[in-house]
Design a protein around this ligand. Structure first.
Ligand SMILES: NC(=O)c1ccc[n+]([C@@H]2O[C@H](COP(=O)([O-])OP(=O)(O)OC[C@H]3O[C@@H](n4cnc5c(N)ncnc54)[C@H](O)[C@@H]3O)[C@@H](O)[C@H]2O)c1
Length: 354
């Protein structure tokens, strides 16, 4: 893996976000030449600016993916070989507040990327990051496979399902005989240090428990496949590497955790409280909007063809996340936090021979 990424020109859209920040650190470790295109981080504090991750980039472009002209010019100037498209409005709850903004950023934004790279011949592999929420979920506790019906009750899920459809239309219309190979990737809910998106349960638990404040949780019985962010990111790198040379990897890929990793929201909160040795009270609030109760992916395709699987158990992934937030809030030395992030990445890599 290391040899492949050394000096590769890689563009990450959404590099200032949670996943983009971890992707930046991991790719920098492998010696890639990294370029970023995104808006400013959505939260304060945030992983990217807080830890000055722009020092890991060749260029840190802050602009809107809806600006097709600027996007096309940037891509043609950078001439990336690999693109990870992660820029998006990433929150379900925010999509209820801003349905049109979410629709534009996620659907038109993705179409813009696919249009912009048509004129750039250097691009060999593109991963469009969608989500496990793209499936039509009738709450029948089904494990979704890549070929299952797409759907989306809320606008975020619908917009991401639309990204899948539009990506596959672009592939069929313009990329069938091209050297540029495109895949969509669907991971579960990711956790890990550095996610300050509103209403993320792990971040909310960490902040409440570290400061012994009361926590209010919604959907306590909802069960989710918790997955540490570095796991799908290593999977995306593996897929991009294959895709770079081989057309047979074009298509959709689930990157879900083992179903045994599903854990109820209430159990996540209880685990966090114990792990952080907190006196906080856990209280429940009623759900404001619809969110799916059960969601599981069937990742047998990626396990068979890419030999990728989730290694960390839910509680291990949660422990890594809580360690990170605790370090952030208790230790002002941000250089040391970068060291901790690299340590978490290195330990994972060593332990699982990645
Ligand atoms: N975090 C998760 O649990 C999770 C799970 C599954 C899929 N995803 C998907 O992974 C991707 C990254 O998620 P994240 O958690 O890092 O999100 P995030 O909200 O932390 O980051 C989003 C990034 O997109 C950028 N962005 C948003 N709108 C933009 C626009 N119009 N133009 C340019 N940049 C824009 C932001 O500046 C930021 O860099 C998203 O596509 C998200 O839907 C996330």
């Amino acid at each position: 893996m290391k040899n492949f990424w050394k000096n590769k020109k890689v563009l990450i859209t959404g590099h200032t976000g949670f996943k983009g920040s971890w992707m930046t650190l991991i790719l920098s470790k492998f010696g890639a030449r990294i370029y970023g295109y995104a808006l400013n981080p959505i939260s304060k504090p945030n992983f990217f600016d807080g830890l000055k991750l722009s020092s890991f980039l060749k260029k840190d472009i802050r602009n809107d993916i809806l600006n097709l002209n600027k996007l096309t010019k940037s891509i043609n100037k950078i001439k990336p070989e690999v693109i990870f498209h992660m820029a998006a409005q990433s929150s379900v709850l925010e999509s209820y507040k801003d349905p049109l903004g979410t629709t534009k950023a996620n659907i038109i934004g993705t179409a813009n990327i696919l249009e912009a790279i048509r004129s750039c011949k250097s691009v060999k592999a593109v991963l469009i990051v969608t989500t496990d929420k793209v499936y039509l979920n009738l709450e029948k506790r089904k494990k979704f496979k890549e070929g299952d019906h797409l759907g989306g009750y809320d606008i975020y899920s619908g917009s991401k399902a639309s990204c899948e459809v539009i990506t596959h239309s672009f592939i069929k219309s313009f990329y069938r005989n091209s050297n540029c190979k495109i895949a969509t990737v669907r991971s579960g809910n990711c956790i890990g240090g550095g996610d300050w998106t509103k209403d993320r349960i792990v971040k909310d638990c960490a902040e409440s428990f570290i400061f012994n404040k009361k926590i209010f949780i919604r959907s306590p019985e909802a069960s989710r496949p918790w997955q540490h962010v570095i796991e799908p990111i290593f999977g995306y790198l593996k897929l991009a590497q294959k895709l770079y040379k081989n057309k047979s990897f074009v298509g959709a890929w689930n990157f879900g955790p083992n179903i045994k990793n599903n854990m109820r929201v209430i159990d996540v909160a209880r685990f966090g409280k114990k792990y952080l040795n907190s006196k906080s009270k856990i209280e429940f609030i009623s759900k404001r909007q619809y969110e799916s109760e059960h969601l599981s992916l069937d990742s047998s395709k990626v396990t068979k063809l890419l030999k990728w699987k989730t290694h960390l158990k839910s509680k291990e992934a949660l422990a890594l996340s809580f360690d990170w937030y605790k370090f952030f809030y208790k230790n002002k030395n941000k250089k040391k936090l970068i060291e901790l992030s690299f340590k978490q990445i290195n330990n994972y890599q060593k332990k699982y021979f990645i």
